[in-house]
Design a binder for this molecule. Sequence first.
Ligand SMILES: [Mg+2]
Length: 277
Amino acid sequence: MPAYAPDSVMLPSSAPHGFLIDMDGVIYRGNQLIPGAERFISDLLRLELPFFFLTNNSQRTRRDVVTKLSRLGITVAESHIYTCAMATARFLAHQKPNGTAFVIGEGGLLNALHENGYSVVDHDPDYVVIGEGRAVTYEMMERAIRMVLGGAKLIATNLDPPCPTQDGLRPGCGALVAMIETATGRKAFSVGKPSAVMMRAARKELGLDAIRTTMIGDTMDTDILGAVQLGYRAILVLSGGTSREDLAAFAYRPDMIVNSISDLSAAELAGLNGHSA
Ligand SMILES: [Mg+2]
């Protein structure tokens, strides 16, 4: 990677390599663990390589995600989880400390906002914050639209259009946001993947340099696009929503394409060959 050579010269050779790993389509599909995921994660833990599970799902708290993973057979700590709800709440706390938000979303998002000094209100908020959830009603959307027209800033936790579920696609956060954008003529600011806000914050929290960061994901528009923009190594797995034929529609490409996480070696990707045993 010659374009990055000047940076790499500045780095100590002992600098760690680390990973940002999407979950849905990479680690599991619905309630099915993808073969090889458990081995890859246990290698990361054994080799003490820094990593985050990086998710655009704002519904679950970190603890909820840890529980879901442990039921699938993967044991990690809450400190290994980085959600777009956390990224959004931290971003808002930085933009306007101790602000107020009207929220369309669930526990993960509400919790993250509270933890970051925000109050959830039902009138006159600083921000209208959109996540996903099954409890959304037309009345809530109408209120959100009136608040944005009244001056509240529109924030999206992510812009995923549809999201896969076990029974087929459901409308994603991006679909809700589009409704509000159309009705108000305002554009939302989105924090989740591929936004640099989330992808950069996660890397920094792991203490990694961009050139020693690998993103593993199954979605071109989020995981791979974000990684390409930030200069991370981008690995596309074909075990989720993207097939090899889909790649023709994109003007950018990942650095590596594999059928699934079972084709990847954590030690090799981190440049630890010979030390891994
Ligand atoms: Mg995914």
